[in-house]
Design a protein around this ligand. Structure first.
Ligand code: FES
Ligand code: FES
Length: 147
């Protein structure tokens, strides 16, 4: 059975019909293709979005739970964190780009929690976001470069 939910997505009000089983990833991808589905089981971090500025794996999170909440995806976060976005470009923190929305979103969550993380803190915090391409060093440099 469908129900209507209302939430804020990247600063804009959204009204959407969802079922109790609709995943947040599928819901937000009706508006933005930023979060990616890779593993689909909560392991890789490619689908990371922020709910009330907390990172969640949207492939495991029910859309109905964001009724009345705020959701941010990487394409909206680029506007909130332009320096971090620029640093990802300058330090070549992406290659194929599949993991990048999740990496960027997790990095934003880290900077919201700790605006001045050291390298060890960055590596620890980002451990849940997998990347097949960059070898991680460039991603860590990208985040460190924005601190
Ligand atoms: S697609 Fe959600 S954690 Fe991998
Ligand atoms: S840039 Fe390709 S998986 Fe990370």
């Amino acid at each position: 059975m469908k129900r209507e939910i209302h939430y804020e997505l990247n600063g804009n009000p959204v009204t959407q019909e969802v079922t109790p089983e609709t995943l947040l990833l599928d819901a937000v991808r009706q508006w933005t293709t930023a979060p990616k589905e890779a593993c689909g089981v909560g392991v890789c971090g490619a689908c990371t979005v922020l709910v009330n500025d907390q990172p969640v794996s949207s492939c495991l999170y029910l859309a109905a739970l964001v009724d009345g909440q705020t959701v941010w995806t990487a394409d909206g976060l680029v506007q909130r964190f332009p320096r971090l976005a620029q640093s990802f470009v300058e330090h070549e923190g992406l290659q194929c780009g599949i993991c990048t929305p999740g990496q960027f979103t997790a990095a934003c969550a880290l900077l919201l929690e700790n605006p001045h993380p050291d390298e060890a803190t960055i590596r620890h915090y980002m451990a849940g976001n997998l990347c097949r391409c960059t070898g991680y060093a460039a991603i860590v440099r990208s985040i460190h470069g924005a601190v």
